[in-house]
Write a protein that binds this ligand. Sequence first.
Ligand SMILES: Nc1ncnc2c1ncn2[C@@H]1O[C@H](COP(=O)(O)OP(=O)(O)O)[C@@H](O)[C@H]1O
Ligand SMILES: [Mg+2]
Length: 295
Amino acid sequence: MTSIDSLIAALQAEGYEPDRRLATAVFLALKLQRPLLLEGEPGVGKTELAKALARVLQRSLLRLQCYDGLELREALYEWNYAAQMLHMRAAQDRAQAADIEREVYQPQYLIRRPLLQALETPAPGAVLLIDEVDRADEPFEAFLLEYLGEYQVSIPELGTVRAKVPPVTILTSNRTRDLNDAVKRRCLYHWMDYPDRERELSIVRRQVPQASAALAQQVAAFVGRLRSQPFANAFQRSPGIAESVEWAKALVALDTLSLDPEVVADTAGILFKQREDVAALTPLVSELLQPEPTP
Ligand SMILES: Nc1ncnc2c1ncn2[C@@H]1O[C@H](COP(=O)(O)OP(=O)(O)O)[C@@H](O)[C@H]1O
Ligand SMILES: [Mg+2]
């Protein structure tokens, strides 16, 4: 990637609309070979960025979805215990115990998980997505710090595995908790906001070409207002970009030409996934639909 502009164009060609600051962060992460931590509300395009970037770089995407209780054997590797047992049983009569032990700790009995696969991916290397790292626990974060520092791991029975090509690493967080400072320091950091209206409009237009320009405009404007004050306070969670896209599709399916209070109320379950939020929308609809005061 030679410039920020060419990165923007390449991401757009893959269906992803970045804003300039995000593209700059990605560009620098590539140039400086640093992991990139993307933090932001759900639905702002963090996961999708990693997927689009993998396509742009023509690298394979390895995704580690984090959750509470994630263990190294799911993140890094584990031994294929069942296959080892079979081997041992078959070898019992012909070999010494010490030989059998050596035989069962061979690479063919290793189950490789994303963090190990990322080290072993041949050129051009992988894009490693460590998704929703805020959901993992602190011991895992401590391990991650070490991993991101050296891109190597040691497997006691086999030795050290060092990255053939360091993976392009994207970490995402929905910020359900604060991450370890040391992890943050290791990464470049970018806070991802909801898109501005123009960018959301181009995402909706691209993903729902059947929607008229006027309807797409109304969708982007309405959702943008929902997420801004004073309206945002009325809801527990604001709709993400996926919701705007889904909503535009639903409106097209209903042959909607233009938003009105009735169709908004009828389709509220696409914008909001919580009963309280759906209920909170109804009394605000007519105000939300009013033409905005021109500044
Ligand atoms: N910048 C963008 N350009 C195009 N589509 C986007 C963009 N951001 C988000 N999307 C759409 O929104 C959906 C949700 O985004 P996602 O990456 O899953 O959000 P997050 O990981 O931040 O929760 C994606 O599937 C994609 O269709
Ligand atoms: Mg995500």
